[in-house]
Design a protein around this ligand. Structure first.
Ligand code: NAD
Length: 461
């Protein structure tokens, strides 16, 4: 589809969504709940298609492909709590404003755009959609073209249950995304890389459209000496090699206390052998790299690196064995950008202050992981670093707690979502003050003569 056709089609959809939104049909709580339940049913009905698409797009093991269905958990949470979220929140009114009442009520934004990435291609467009629906909006979704099977399933599923005037899917690649970005939406929710995030924000600025940018970056994982080594190794490796490392919150690299480096490397190696066998290429439990472009980028890191374990690869299969790199320096190519693949560099540190300084010298990451029983060290990491989120003695799992916002800070993102935060992201918090006509005390009206001392008394305290 040419850019002109794509723009015209998207523009038609947006116009009809605006008209539908203006009817007020999407606002009642009952309507929102009904749509969320419809979506839940459709996801359950399409379970096989969704899982198979993730397998076909990413060569995922069935177990990992099922992670896409994790969206049902969030859906249940939203359905359960939405009634409480939509209720106006009372605000207390100062004496000077009495008699009167004030409250904050959430209102939908209008027609929103959701642009998704390829790595969790179903979840990462449907999860923001829950928020958009819960908040009473219309939505247009553009899934990633690099996960074409999932893109098709999303289009089919949404097409079956929703009128495009309400929720629509536009499939396509960069040109389609750019055509969409020319239009004036009421919010743009983008998940993807930092570079494209900048393009999205620039396009949004033309219309003063607010954005949520869920980006990536290099999330460090610090390992102190006071740990259970075996469990530490298992948790880190699971978070890193799940989906072949193509996870925004995967630990990007390890910062390991030099005293524990050797035993940790041994434990990592043994755990990798236990998880994926002697020849990971034959393991049914290892996903593949999405495409040749990504494969070549990742293989490039390996060419000049010191491989401690792994390193095997096969371009025709998108296969890269889970790989540990050691020794590594901050100047190595692998340390210059988000890895987003099954390669784990290991760097030592002697003093925690040095490790913290190294993290703080770089863009703020989406997550920081710390393995340590030492409470002082835990406190230092929380107090002296900044990141979208933190896990202590865990990786990744903080994103599946629906009462916590998920998002980045600095270069790892703008805004957040999940659970109630998604509802807030897709709502405007409208402040309302209501007064009766009674008791209209004259203190603020001209002529002001004789009233200044009263004003001073009230405000100069
Ligand atoms: P990407 O930025 O290349 O693509 C994301 C979307 O943007 C796709 O739908 C694509 O069609 C569109 N796009 C690509 N180039 C564009 C352009 N020039 N103009 C307009 N639109 C364009 O990201 P990706 O490769 O799909 O995903 C990987 C990145 O996403 C990683 O950096 C990862 O960390 C990040 N990510 C972040 C999260 C999060 O929740 N924070 C989740 C998953 C992935």
């Amino acid at each position: 589809m040419s850019t002109a056709t794509s723009t015209a089609r998207s523009s038609d959809i947006l116009r009809s969504q605006r008209a539908y939104f203006a009817t007020g049909a999407t606002r009642p709580l009952e309507f929102r709940l009904e749509q969320l339940k419809k979506l839940k049913q459709a996801i359950q009905d399409h379970e096989t298609d969704i899982v198979q698409a993730a397998r076909d797009d990413l060569g995922r093991p069935e177990f990992e492909a099922y992670f896409e269905m994790g969206i049902l958990d969030e859906l249940n949470y939203v359905i359960k709590h939405l009634k409480g979220w939509v209720k106006p929140k009372k605000a207390s009114v100062p004496l000077s404003q009495l008699p009167g009442s004030a409250w904050v009520q959430s209102e939908p934004l209008g027609a929103v755009l959701i642009i998704g990435p390829w790595n969790y291609p179903f979840q990462l467009v449907i999860s923001p959609l829950l928020g958009a629906i819960a908040a009473g909006n219309c939505a247009l979704i553009k899934p990633s073209e690099l996960a074409p099977n999932t893109s098709r399933v999303v289009a089919q599923l949404i097409g079956e249950i929703f009128d495009p005037n309400y929720v629509a899917v536009v499939e396509g690649g960069v040109e389609t995304a750019q055509a969409l970005l020319q239009l004036k939406f009421d919010h743009i929710f983008f998940t993807g890389g930092t570079r494209v995030g900048q393009i999205v924000m620039e396009a949004a600025a033309k219309h003063l459209t607010p954005v949520t940018l869920e980006l990536g970056g290099k999330s460090p994982c610090i390992v102190d000496t006071d740990v259970d080594i075996k469990t530490t190794a298992k948790r880190i490796l699971w978070g890193k090699f799940l989906n072949a490392g193509q996870t925004c919150v995967a630990p990007d690299y390890l910062l390991v206390h030099e005293e524990i480096k050797v035993p940790l490397l041994e434990a990592l190696k043994t755990t990798l052998q236990e998880s994926y066998g002697e020849n990971p290429a034959e393991s049914p439990d290892l996903a593949r790299v999405i495409n040749e472009r990504q494969f070549d980028r990742l293989a490039g890191y390996l060419e000049s690196a010191s491989i401690y374990f792994g390193g095997d690869r096969d371009r025709s299969q998108g296969y890269i064995a889970p790989t540990l790199l050691e020794p590594v320096t901050w100047d190595d190519p692998v340390m210059q950008e988000e890895i987003f693949g099954p390669i784990l560099p290991v760097l030592p540190y002697g003093d925690l202050g040095e490790a913290i300084a190294a993290i703080n010298a770089r863009p703020k990451p989406l997550a920081i992981y710390l393995f340590s029983r030492n409470k002082q060290i835990q406190q230092r990491i929380l107090a002296e670093t900044s990141s979208g989120g933190v896990c202590i003695n865990e990786v990744f799992m903080h994103i599946a707690i629906w009462e916590m916002p998920f998002g980045g800070v600095g270069q790892s993102g703008i805004g957040a979502y999940h659970g109630k935060t998604s509802f807030d992201t897709f709502s405007h918090q409208k402040s309302v003050l209501k007064k009766p006509f009674l008791l209209d005390i004259n203190w603020r009206y001209a002529p002001y003569a004789g009233k200044l001392s009263l004003l001073k008394k009230a405000i100069m305290r």
